[in-house]
Design a protein around this ligand. Sequence first.
Ligand SMILES: Nc1ncnc2c1ncn2[C@@H]1O[C@H](COP(=O)(O)OP(=O)(O)O)[C@@H](O)[C@H]1O
Ligand SMILES: [Mg+2]
Length: 418
Amino acid sequence: MIPDADTPEMNLHLPEDTFFTNLQGNPAEIPLRFERLFRTYLPNLPFVATNALDLQTFADLGKCHCRLRSKPFASFVVDWGGPDEDRLVPDHIQGVWDVSWNEHSLQVVHATWQTECGRQQRYWVFALDASIAREFMLELARQTNDPGESVLVFRSGEWERSEEMYQMIRSTSLDELILPGTQREEMLADFHQFLIAKDQYDALGIAWRRGAILMGPPGNGKTHFLRTLVQQLKIPCLYVQCLDHPYYTSEQLLDLVFDRARQLRPALLIFEDLDSLINEENRSFFLNQLDGFEKNTGLIVVATTNHPERIDSAILDRPSRFDRKYEFGLPSQSERQRFLYLWRDKLSKLVPWNGDAIPQLVESSADFSYAYLKELMVSSLLRWLHGNSNPASRPPFEQVLSEQCELLQLQRMPPNDV
Ligand SMILES: Nc1ncnc2c1ncn2[C@@H]1O[C@H](COP(=O)(O)OP(=O)(O)O)[C@@H](O)[C@H]1O
Ligand SMILES: [Mg+2]
């Protein structure tokens, strides 16, 4: 039934085969075909079209209610949410939603199709008045753009929210991070002072932006420090995990990365293992993005690397790109000692160990990274707890520690080979 052309009606009754029929043929015509259909079935109902609308996140944030219509027929798949979200999560690639938001009723049509350059999609938002549709879209964009209690992670050519990473960051303890002298406090102060110094930067005519690179052999606290930095700065955190995509060019990918970070300023943009993200092909685009004076105001870019020698000097050695370099070296003798005492206290409720063997362990763990020292503690604990089912006949914990230390010495790879 085609409604009377003069009756404004807020009910989008599309034919059962809408998606089946209109998602065929030349992809360039698909949006036009849908819009012709809307005009035929609902000539007076205004709509606004967009390529991105994170309706699910907006609903998850409790900002609107939406219900998928059973008609027209739409196909969808379910994905497992992973061990942390152990349920089947539906992934709709097309459908018609009834949305209620702030006393308003809206309807959203979503269509996805494949082109030679990957997946394309379009959303049409219908409301009795186009201004309501626009207000809704603006509010949705603002709210879903804000990462809130999540970290934005860039992979597969798009930004995704990760609540899991946010929780992991929250549970990382600054007190457990051991660094030489006052390095830890100085680094944190450097970022804190930057954040509150916008007026001074402006007065001096200096761009209010900051870049730092954390470098050193694996397992010495670069990632651990970054997590505590995110915890402390309390600004949006964007984390670049992968810069590969089958269709997007490097330039497009880096645009997507920096554009989103700029929208959230002041923000912290993290490139972990920079040497594996930047290569000859994308280096010039990366430099282009870093160099913007105006456009990077309020952006803190932090990179880490286990292999600074693999990073081009154009990135590493120009102060305007990464102003500061922080070294995360292997622990010294006294730092190994601090680490082992910290663990003795941490394990005090689990194992009878007064720390007697620490001086000897400090000597025999020269060249261990912190991650190796941690492995020494964890593997010794597991061995001691589970090596003998009868607690009374367990060997002294010191003995297990020294055996494990010897074993790790043998297994240990030179730090730069990881
Ligand atoms: N400086 C440190 N002080 C205390 N623990 C550390 C330190 N460095 C590393 N660790 C331990 O080793 C683990 C792995 O270190 P990580 O920060 O991932 O190293 P990196 O990023 O330098 O390769 C950390 O989660 C932490 O438990
Ligand atoms: Mg790391």
